[in-house]
Design a protein around this ligand. Sequence first.
Ligand SMILES: Nc1nc2c(ncn2[C@@H]2O[C@H](COP(=O)(O)OP(=O)(O)O)[C@@H](O)[C@H]2O)c(=O)[nH]1
Ligand SMILES: [Mg+2]
Length: 213
Amino acid sequence: MTDAVFDAEELEAARVLFAHPVRFLMGAVAISGLPDPDLPEVAFAGRSNVGKSSLINAVTGRKDLARASNEPGRTREVNFFVADEKLRLVDLPGYGWARASKSVARKFQNLGRDYLRGRPNLKRVYLLIDARHGLKDVDKEALDALDVAAVSYQIVLTKADKLRAAEVEKVVAETLQKVSKRPAAFPRVLATSSEKGTGIPELRAEILAACFA
Ligand SMILES: Nc1nc2c(ncn2[C@@H]2O[C@H](COP(=O)(O)OP(=O)(O)O)[C@@H](O)[C@H]2O)c(=O)[nH]1
Ligand SMILES: [Mg+2]
């Protein structure tokens, strides 16, 4: 990984925050139903099966916290979790929000997009990409949508345990290069494994830095 960016104290502060209670707050189905923007938020986005729920569970150290947002009917909502009553983790619907709306899911796609565009307390979006695939053409729409919304976003590679360390390094470097000219992309890429815990302390520290720096 490219990062010794956080010192022991910062990693510990992040660990402690997420060791405190984390609860499912609500799932919003309409922009009018979002919670008040009174706490800093970070949102997680990615295609279904990329490992979003697993990552939220790993970050919070809960086995099934994000199950609530994996339930049928919930997957198209914007789901909110509160950590230590200090910040919120937001689980966005799958890539729908990045697509031109043709499907029946239009309403929910618009919800995701509206959330990204108009949320004053949104500090960063983590865009999850499967480490085995890296950034692909299909992700372009999502990157474009984030650049247009001008929301700071950071690429997080998931399932790094499925690759050898040298391969992970290579995907990290390639990914960084691919987003280097994108205006809203954060210039660090994190490789994580929810299964092995790789990169999770660093992701927690990234979240704290994004919310409170
Ligand atoms: N090997 C491995 N599998 C993972 C990891 N994270 C998620 N998975 C698996 O990938 C699948 C989809 O994960 P899930 O978290 O439900 O993805 P979501 O649809 O993006 O919320 C499940 O079978 C997980 O067990 C990981 O870090 N390593
Ligand atoms: Mg999920």
